[in-house]
Design a protein around this ligand. Structure first.
Ligand SMILES: Nc1ncnc2c1ncn2[C@@H]1O[C@H](COP(=O)(O)OP(=O)(O)OP(=O)(O)O)[C@@H](O)[C@H]1O
Ligand SMILES: N[C@@H](CCO)C(=O)O
Length: 321
């Protein structure tokens, strides 16, 4: 359970008093997620999500995230809508943390994605990219190629306690990606973390996207690479090419990919695998004392990285040039 910060009844009551949400009926920590502290807050106005922003969220970025959700919701993307208090503020402070209340989305995340889910996610990602056009604020990706080496430096000394030889393997990969990373590809606002736990379905229909707290400006095809990694590998570590093909085709139905984006996919998938390997490795080695959180397996992303290193061309993902 990701609850890093406890909220007392008194602190909650004075926070909620600023909103037109009525009395609190129930308040519970949510048993998913690893980044922020999330609570299901039920008031007389219905269910909402209360988020306290933790370690990786820079408070200066919060206006970007809040504004982006409002921009996307206003353009037909079903995503959480920040609730404003009576003074018009969407952000406050609770238990010493920046905090916001957002609308509750109906739906369930899928535990075992099937081909139809992958196709729907590809389409939704492209719709999100199109809807984000014109969003006035920008945010550079704090977790792209130039930040991977400093991020790794914080774990390197203990990397081999997780797997013998891991430090050397990551250092070699960092050098390769820094040398080859694309200089330019079509860019815009990306979600950057569209994993199965951040997509809701009602039955087989995609019903909403959540967790925009890594969103930033970067290559659009990099977002597709993040999602291929997150949705299209089987538990045994093999890429399911049918799923990858369906996701890439779903994306392309809404926003056709250029030849240079398709050619870059194996490299983008490699970079996306290293990015999640590095954050998971750091989290694995640095669980805050007392936090209710189960860190995610970094080595799952090492296996994905090794697949992409061998993949060769976009044809290995079922992408058509
Ligand atoms: N707007 C929402 N409507 C319904 N449920 C939500 C909403 N926001 C969050 N949740 C629930 O809270 C959980 C954690 O939220 P979220 O994914 O934003 O947390 P996180 O710590 O940032 O997670 P992650 O590890 O994916 O980065 C979700 O898996 C979902 O169950
Ligand atoms: N989606 C991330 C965790 C949240 O950033 C991961 O699976 O490593």
């Amino acid at each position: 359970m990701a609850v890093y910060t406890d909220v007392s009844d008194d602190a909650l009551a004075s926070f909620i008093a600023r909103y037109d949400l009525g009395a609190v009926l129930s308040f519970k920590g949510i048993a998913e997620g690893v980044e922020n502290s999330n609570f299901l807050l039920v008031t007389e106005a219905g269910p909402h999500i209360l988020t306290l922003y933790e370690k990786r969220v820079d408070p200066n970025d919060l206006p970007f995230f809040i504004g982006l959700m409002e921009h996307l919701a206003g353009r037909g993307i079903t995503c959480p809508l920040p609730v404003r208090d009576r003074s018009g503020a969407a952000l406050g402070t609770l238990a010493g943390r920046p905090a916001a209340i957002v609308t509750f989305l109906e739906g369930m995340s899928v535990r075992r994605p099937r081909v139809l889910h992958c196709a729907a996610v590809g389409e939704a990602l492209a719709h999100m990219h199109a809807a984000a056009e014109g969003f006035a604020i920008t945010r550079r990706n704090a977790l792209t190629v130039d930040s991977w080496r400093p991020l790794f430096a914080r774990s390197a000394g203990r990397a081999d306690t997780v797997l013998s030889g891991l430090r050397r393997e990551i250092e070699t990969e960092l050098g390769a990606l820094e040398a080859q990373w694309p200089a330019a590809l079509p860019a815009g606002v990306i979600h950057a973390d569209l994993f199965p736990d951040n997509v809701f379905f009602l039955g087989d229909a995609l019903s909403g996207l959540i967790d925009f707290y890594f969103a930033c400006n970067d290559f659009l095809a990099y977002d597709l690479a993040v999602s291929i990694n997150a949705w299209c590998f089987e538990p045994d570590g093999a890429l399911n090419v049918t799923k990858a093909k369906a996701m890439i085709a779903g994306y392309g139905r809404i926003r056709p990919l250029g030849a240079e984006e398709i050619a870059a996919l194996p490299l983008l998938c490699r970079g996306a695998a290293l990015r999640f390997l590095l954050t998971r490795l750091y989290d694995w080695l640095n669980v805050p004392p007392g936090a209710l959180v189960r860190p995610k397996d970094p080595l799952e992303y090492l296996r994905k990285l090794r697949f992409h290193q061998r993949a060769g061309s976009a044809a290995a993902y079922g992408a058509e040039a």
